[in-house]
Design a binder for this molecule. Structure first.
Ligand SMILES: [Zn+2]
Length: 74
């Protein structure tokens, strides 16, 4: 019953830090692009793994998306 967690590294191009958060690739990709960076994941991948630093960097943008959703649904 021992499950060894697979250590993934950050999916931001040029970053090899340990991934801490998983975000939908679509959302992360847009936010990362806005930050002037690129994700190094394949198109078919639905989740992007981010290190703490990069997650923090795009967290605000992800939050903004959620607010837009809320406005849309009134
Ligand atoms: Zn990173």
């Amino acid at each position: 019953m021992t499950e060894i967690p697979v250590k993934k590294s950050c999916d931001v191009e040029g970053c090899s830090k340990e991934s801490k958060k998983t975000v939908s690739r679509e959302k992360a990709g847009a936010a990362i692009k806005e930050a002037g960076l690129n994700l190094s994941v394949r198109d078919k991948v639905t989740k992007a793994h981010l290190c703490a630093d990069h997650y923090r960097k795009i967290k605000k943008k992800l939050k903004k998306d959620r607010e837009i959703d809320r406005l849309r649904w009134g």
